[in-house]
Design a protein. Structure first.
Ligand code: SF4
Length: 253
């Protein structure tokens, strides 16, 4: 598999914020968000990668990607045996870019009842269908063109969210907000969440994540903008929390 790193860290976003996870960061993404803080994970190509030997020590073993699935699974096992973790995060890049192999990896990683979380941009629906039996959590981004500069189809994101919810996975949605967030785009995204929050989707949570300046993005929304967007969301849907990227505030990876 094309991978950039495997390590133990503190989850800094959304519903599992503060939980200790093992992160498997896979290479390749099918879109390009302006604020992306993982530029080294965007291209689906061979290259250097690193595996942490001791949880949280950053004592990296340097290797060349692609790696066999068994090597990645073994690295996760080593970290888990040294420290109990809450769960394993499959992140990227977009993990579903390697759908067949990520399904095989998830099957191995979930052995013994370990919980697997998928961090995803919510665009590759058929790839999600392959992997759902091995997942516990799905953290899905809803993309706003006015913030990330991408043109992700709303209908694709609707089908992705529907697939995750109908599979019985614990699912939440994250919207990154910025200083130039378009109100109409924002309302449509929040309305999509509200539309899904019935039946098996009851309890669906929405997280607003103020953008962290990086790359081409130079400013975060100001406090008044964050409050205004939170209020705007709450008028459409009641279960909305604002959670910034806390791992960056405490100097984590
Ligand atoms: S979906 Fe994620 S990995 Fe892909 S470009 Fe956007 S922020 Fe980066």
């Amino acid at each position: 598999m094309l991978v950039t790193e495997v390590f133990s860290a503190i989850q800094g976003e959304a519903a599992l914020v503060g939980e200790r996870q093992i992160f498997v960061r896979l290479a390749g993404c099918n879109i390009r968000c302006s604020y992306c803080d993982q530029p080294e994970a965007l291209e689906r190509r061979p290259g250097p990668c690193r595996i942490e030997r001791t949880p949280g020590r950053r004592d990296w073993q340097l290797l060349e990607s692609p790696l066999p699935i068994s090597t990645i699974a073994g690295a996760v096992d080593d970290l888990w045996e040294q420290l109990p973790h809450h769960s394993i995060s499959l992140t990227g890049g977009e993990p579903l870019m390697q759908a067949v192999r990520v399904a095989q990896l998830a099957e191995q990683l979930s052995a013994g009842g370990r919980a697997i979380m998928l961090e995803t941009n919510g665009t590759l629906v058929s790839a999600l269908e392959r992997i759902v039996p091995c997942l516990t959590y799905v953290s899905m981004d809803l993309k706003l063109a006015s913030v990330d500069g991408t043109r992700v189809a709303g209908d694709t994101q609707r089908r992705f969210l529907r697939t995750s919810i109908d599979a019985g996975l614990t699912t939440w949605v994250k919207i990154v907000i910025g200083p130039s967030t378009d109100g109409d785009q924002f309302d449509r995204a929040v309305s999509l969440v509200a539309e899904m929050a019935h039946g098996p989707g009851a309890g669906l949570e929405l997280f607003l994540q103020p953008v962290t300046p990086f790359g081409a993005v130079h400013s975060a929304p100001n406090p008044e903008q964050v409050l205004a967007l939170h209020e705007r969301a709450l008028r459409i849907y009641p279960r909305v929390r604002v959670v910034p990227q806390t791992h960056k505030a405490i100097g984590q990876l």
